[in-house]
Design a protein around this ligand. Structure first.
Ligand SMILES: [Zn+2]
Length: 301
């Protein structure tokens, strides 16, 4: 069990809603798919670390700050003597190693992830020192996708290729490790420093007007839904959901995209589209959120 579980990042949550409700440009769509792919890769690595039998604290996805520089760690494992950090990459295809860029035969080159890793290692080291921890930091780039090859990789680099992954995890599991209260304190401290909203959210520009309005299916994201009694029924996959649940799910999407906007019956009525009655929206909001103000000036929190 990870000590800190991985959540879907705010960036990815926003991108998912944008992809559903507006037309992303080709580059934006590519960026979105890469974020999804990166997340899938991280989950795959989580499955491997969760199998470790050694005593260790597994901290998935930390967004930290050290001397005003922020850095993100995909996966951090605290052992008795070491703090191991892992940058997980879900690239696939054939690449040729180069100190600056990994080159492909045809497609897009990628920046050598060791630069980023060095930076994260240094910043984490500063942070641990400021917290009085004496753990040694080990840092690795993990290439998780079995369809990834990197030709001409110098063997002494902290790069773990898919073919080396099993042996690497086994070695990790042989680290002598006995944890005490100081390790737990450190794990708790790092979690308390985790910032839920990354400093710069990199998402495409969007506006309320450009968004497609309407309730969507909770399973397949389709807008082809109809209301029958208390239920929302999807015309694509047949999935059924209570209208109340569905409205609140879409309120959450609205809040994610427009955190500054006030939640009012009118706004949500337009946002949800398919619900005819404003009274029904109002009932759902009143039941699930706290109302402030009266009549036409009322809004929900
Ligand atoms: Zn559906």
């Amino acid at each position: 069990m990870p000590y800190k579980a991985r959540d879907v990042s705010v960036i990815l949550m926003i991108l998912r809603v944008l992809n559903k409700r507006m037309k992303l440009s080709e580059d934006e769509h590519w960026y979105y798919l890469n974020q999804e792919k990166g997340f899938r890769g991280e989950i795959q690595f989580d499955i491997l670390t969760e199998k470790l039998k050694r005593d260790c604290y597994i901290l998935n996805d930390l967004q930290l700050e050290s001397s005003t520089s922020s850095f993100q760690l995909d996966s951090t494992l605290i052992f008795q003597e070491t703090c191991s950090l892992f940058d997980v990459k879900n690239y696939e295809g054939e690449y040729i190693y180069d100190a600056e860029y990994f080159k492909t035969i045809g497609g897009r080159d990628i920046q050598n992830p060791l630069d980023q890793l060095k930076r994260s290692k240094l910043l984490l080291n500063n942070l641990l020192q400021s917290l009085g921890s004496k753990l040694t930091i080990e840092a690795y780039v993990i290439f998780i996708n079995p369809q990834f090859t990197l030709y001409q990789t110098p063997p002494d680099l902290p790069i773990i290729l898919p073919t080396q992954l099993d042996a690497f995890i086994r070695k990790l599991d042989q680290k002598p490790s006995r944890l005490n209260q100081s390790h737990k304190n450190l794990a708790d401290k790092l979690i308390s420093l985790h910032q839920t909203v990354p400093p710069k959210i990199q998402v495409p520009n969007y506006s309320y007007e450009a968004m497609k309005k309407g309730l969507t299916c909770c399973k397949c994201d389709s807008f082809s839904v109809t209301i029958v009694g208390k239920k929302l029924i999807c015309g694509e996959c047949g999935c059924e959901e209570l209208v109340t649940v569905s409205v609140m799910r879409n309120v959450e999407e609205f809040k994610l995209l427009f955190p500054e906007q006030k939640i009012t019956t009118n706004v949500i009525h337009e946002w949800c589209g398919v619900v005819d009655s404003r009274k029904r929206i109002s009932r759902v909001l009143r039941k699930n959120l706290k109302i402030t103000g009266l009549g036409q000036w009322a809004f929900y929190e």
